[in-house]
Design a protein around this ligand. Structure first.
Ligand SMILES: Cc1cc2nc3c(=O)[nH]c(=O)nc-3n(C[C@H](O)[C@H](O)[C@H](O)COP(=O)(O)OP(=O)(O)OC[C@H]3O[C@@H](n4cnc5c(N)ncnc54)[C@H](O)[C@@H]3O)c2cc1C
Length: 415
């Protein structure tokens, strides 16, 4: 039976969800308070991360935790005033990162990641977005020999276990793969060859939106937090008046708690904020590069070389404190001829994270007709079409192509 469905939030996850439902013949309205794809799905590093079978765990070694607490290193930063309220969720994140539980999460996570290229490829072809895609992979680079050798061994084992293609490059190999790099800074790199990279992540979301509209999907501006249960359905207020539907999907990324909390759901959600700034690098590198020991990523984009930062633990809406970006700029200029910044102010976004490192996808436990699809953390750009297909199959009462139980919102019922 075809339904009327509201999809709330038009980032990569919401747009792909609306598209998957529309392609199955449902009447879909996608609601956002601004133009689609302008938030987290715009500002990321643009990698469709086929290699990301292991989600980011909380460090378990005390030395690594101490390094974070004392703010050594550039991969993690935090606002001390946010810690008290974050502590219970971070404690749960730490527990979920214990070896046994983490192994289960890797199994669940890799089951999603496995489908990212095929699901994106189908949409990229239909949307005519091939011009945005590069299929040359990316480099995970190290400056010191010992961390490089350790990472190379770990990457080789992961690649073997999950059927991934990675090449281990020494300094000369890096120079051959990426001529734009300044010589001699790096000891070695892992070249992940499966992932695809996108020259303008926000534009890929836009192309998917145009495909959705061509297929008869509707977009409206409105505030998702006005969602109300009405009779057996749901109503949201938009600029064009109220809209009612039998079903609603929450795909609000880092803003999901603004809707789920008032409905009584206490999910262990938090954000890892991240910054970016573009530079007029000359020459422009071909491949994205992670400077793994300094917590920065350089991603060649249409606007320039996008420098992105690691994780900042802070309240979602707290003012910018781009200290990681300032340090990253110094490190990056040791790697490439960075050039002048393209913008005067950095972009700030927030990765929507769940303490057990799995997105929340499925039926809302206590509200008929309400569905959740959020919490994609570091890989929402990668996983948008994957969990979109999953939730569309669940909403149609079909056997899903991936076992949905590890991502079921009901797993937090005890909370
Ligand atoms: C620096 C950085 C680098 C990253 N790099 C990568 C990468 O290389 N690969 C990868 O896969 N992932 C990456 N990520 C993660 C990825 O960007 C996110 O996981 C993903 O964009 C989340 O998508 P989303 O659709 O859930 O959220 P969003 O894109 O944030 O979309 C949420 C939408 O909800 C809307 N909204 C919010 N509140 C309301 C409201 N009240 N009413 C109506 N609408 C509302 C917003 O306007 C927005 O459009 C990175 C993230 C960061 C910060």
């Amino acid at each position: 039976m075809k339904k009327d469905i509201l999809v709330l939030g038009a980032g990569m996850v919401g747009v792909c969800t609306a598209l998957a439902l529309r392609q199955r013949g449902h009447a879909v309205v996608l609601v956002d308070r601004q133009a689609p794809g302008r938030e987290t799905s715009y500002g990321n590093a643009g990698i469709i991360q086929r290699e990301a079978v292991q989600p980011y765990a909380f460090p378990r070694e005390w030395m690594a935790v101490l390094r974070v607490i004392t703010r050594q290193g550039n991969d993690v930063h935090y606002h001390p005033e946010a810690l008290a309220s974050l502590l219970p969720t971070l404690a749960r994140y730490w527990r979920e990162s214990a070896p046994g539980r983490y192994a289960d999460t890797v199994t669940a996570y890799s089951a999603l990641i496995r489908h990212c290229l095929t699901e994106h490829e189908r949409l990229i072809t239909l949307a005519g977005a091939q011009d945005l895609v590069s299929k040359s992979g990316w480099l995970q680079a190290y400056r010191r020999q010992l961390p490089f050798e350790q990472a190379a061994r770990a990457a080789t084992a992961v690649a073997q276990e999950h059927g991934l293609d990675c090449r281990i490059l020494d300094n000369a190999g890096i120079a051959a793969a990426e001529p734009a790099l300044l010589h001699g800074t790096l000891a070695g790199a892992i070249h992940w060859r499966d992932p695809w990279t996108i020259a303008d992540p926000g534009e890929l979301v836009n192309r998917y939106v145009r495909l959705y509209e061509r297929e008869g999907g509707i977009i409206r501006r409105g505030d998702a937090t006005t969602l109300k249960q009405q009779g057996s359905g749901w109503t949201v207020t938009t600029d064009d008046g109220p809209l009612t539907a039998s079903d609603a999907v929450v795909a609000l990324g880092p803003w999901a708690p603004a809707l789920t909390k008032p409905l009584g759901y206490r999910f262990p959600l938090f954000v890892k904020r991240g910054y970016h700034l573009h530079y007029a690098a000359e020459p422009m590198p071909k491949l994205p590069l992670l400077d793994a020991e300094n917590g920065l990523m350089l991603a060649p984009m249409t606007r320039g070389l996008r420098l992105t930062t690691g994780a900042e633990f802070a309240h979602h809406e707290a003012p910018q404190t781009p200290v990681q970006l300032q340090r990253a700029e110094r490190y990056a200029s040791e790697l490439v001829r960075l050039g002048a910044p393209v913008e005067t102010t950095p972009w700030l976004g927030a990765r929507p994270c769940v303490a057990d490192m799995r997105p929340i996808v499925g039926r809302a436990p206590r509200h008929p007709g309400l569905w959740f699809n959020f919490g994609h953390a570091h890989q929402g750009f990668t996983l948008g079409p994957v969990t979109a297909r999953l939730i569309a199959e669940l909403m149609d009462g079909e056997t899903a192509y991936i076992d949905p139980r590890p991502y079921d919102p009901g797993r937090f019922a005890r909370l």
